[in-house]
Design a protein around this ligand. Structure first.
Ligand code: DAH
Length: 343
C-alpha cells in the first residue's frame, strides 16, 4: 500500500518544513513544494486512477485530509511569521523620545544685510520706497545724466570698469536716481541699496566691489533744511539718539549745493578717540540738492520741483557700527568672523 505511506510521509515532511521556516521568504518555497499546483500532493493525486475502486475513496479522503492540514498549518505559519516580522520592524523603528534632540542650525544675517535693512527701515518709516537698478549700467545713467562732464576724472578707466565704451559696472547707486526720475512723476521718495564697482585695489578700507544706499526725495518746495532734518533722523536712528550731525560744503556734479555729512562720534560722544581719530566727528555720507540740470534731463521742471539726494557706503557704516577694521572681512565668508553676528 504505497500511497498511504507516501501521503503520511508528505504530511510529516511538510509539517516539519513549515515549522522550520524562519520567515515568509523561507515558507513560500515550502508552500510551493507541498501544496502548489505542481507540488507533491498534486503529483500523488494524479496517480489515484491506478487504485482499485475500494481503495480510491479511502485514499481520496486521506489525501484531502492531508491537504487540508498542510494548508491550515501553512496559513497559521504565514500569519505568525508576518506578525513576528511586523513586531521586529516596530521594535527597530521605535522612537526614543527621551533622546536629546539635534539642534537645527538656522542661518543668520550678514552684517551688511543687517545694515542695509536697518537703514531701509528708517527711511521706509518716513515714506521712502526701496527700488533697485542694474549693476551693469549705461555710462549715460552713471555719468551723463548725472551732470558729469565727458572729461570728469571719475570716468577714467583707472577708476571705472568698462564693459564697452558706453556700458560700465556702475560706480555709484546715483544711477538709480535718474532711472527713477525718468520713470515716475514727483512726488518721489526712494532709497536704492546695491552693489557698486570701482577700479580700486583691495586695502583695509577699499574694495573693488562694495555697497551703497542712495536716497532721493523730489517734491514741490523741498529745501536744504528738509535734507538736514531727514538725515538727522536717519543718523539718530542708526547711531543713537544723542548723535549730532554737521554738514561740510563739498562738490558733486549732480547736486548744488553739495555737502558731506558727519555724525558726532558715537564711541566718545565727540570728545575725540581712536574711532574718530581724535576728530570727534565721523564722515558718513555725501548729499545735496538735486542739480537743476539733472532734473531737467529727467523731464522734471526745476521751476516747479526741487529735491535732495544722498549716498552712503554700507561697508563704512557697518565697519563703524561693529568696529571692524578690515573691509575684506565682509567678503571672506569666514564663519569665525561672521558667527559673531548670529543673534
Ligand atoms: N554718488 C556719490 C559717491 O559715490 C555719493 C553721493 C553724493 C550720492 C551726493 C548722492 C549725493 O545722491 O547727492 O561718492
Amino acid at each position: 500500500m504505497g500511497m498511504r505511506e507516501d501521503l503520511e510521509r508528505i504530511r510529516e515532511e511538510a509539517l516539519e518544513a513549515i515549522k522550520a521556516a524562519g520567515n515568509e521568504q523561507e515558507l513560500e518555497p515550502v508552500r510551493i513544494r507541498y501544496s502548489g499546483k505542481k507540488g507533491a500532493l498534486t503529483a500523488i493525486l494524479k496517480t489515484m486512477g491506478k487504485l482499485s475502486a475500494e481503495e480510491r475513496p479511502v485514499m481520496g479522503q486521506l489525501a484531502n485530509e492531508v491537504r487540508a492540514q498542510i494548508e491550515e498549518k501553512l496559513g497559521e505559519r504565514f500569519e505568525a511569521l508576518r506578525a513576528a516580522a511586523l513586531e521586529e520592524k516596530l521594535k527597530a523603528e521605535t522612537l526614543d523620545v527621551t533622546m536629546p534632540g539635534k539642534a537645527p542650525k538656522p542661518g543668520f544675517r550678514h552684517p551688511l544685510t543687517t545694515t542695509i535693512s536697518d537703514v531701509r527701515r528708517v527711511f521706509e518709516s518716513m515714506g521712502f520706497q526701496t527700488v533697485e537698478g542694474p549693476e551693469v549700467e549705461l555710462a549715460y545713467y552713471n555719468f551723463d545724466a548725472l551732470n558729469t562732464s565727458a572729461d570728469h576724472p571719475a570716468r577714467d578707466p583707472q577708476d571705472t570698469f568698462y564693459i564697452t565704451d558706453d556700458v560700465v559696472l556702475r560706480t555709484q547707486t546715483s544711477s538709480v536716481q535718474v532711472r527713477t526720475m525718468q520713470g515716475k512723476e514727483p512726488p518721489i521718495r526712494v532709497i536704492a541699496p546695491g552693489r557698486v564697482y570701482r577700479n580700486d585695489d583691495l586695502d583695509a578700507t577699499h574694495s573693488p566691489l562694495f555697497h551703497q544706499i542712495e536716497g532721493l526725495l523730489i517734491d514741490k518746495g523741498v529745501r536744504m533744511s528738509d535734507l538736514k532734518g531727514y538725515l538727522e533722523v536717519f543718523a539718530q536712528s542708526i547711531f543713537g539718539e544723542e548723535t549730532r550731525v554737521r554738514f561740510r560744503p563739498h562738490h558733486f556734479p549732480f547736486t548744488e549745493p553739495s555737502a558731506e555729512m558727519d555724525v558726532s562720534c558715537f564711541a566718545c560722544g565727540g570728545k575725540g578717540c581712536r574711532l574718530c581719530k581724535g576728530e570727534g566727528w565721523i564722515e558718513i555720507l555725501g548729499c545735496g540738492m538735486v542739480h537743476p540740470n539733472v532734473l531737467r534731463d529727467c523731464g522734471i521742471s526745476p521751476e516747479v520741483y526741487s529735491g535732495f539726494a544722498f549716498g552712503m557706503g554700507v561697508e563704512r557704516i557697518a565697519m563703524l557700527r561693529y568696529k571692524i577694521d578690515e573691509i575684506r572681512k565682509f567678503y571672506d565668508n569666514d564663519l569665525r568672523f561672521l558667527s559673531q553676528f548670529n543673534g
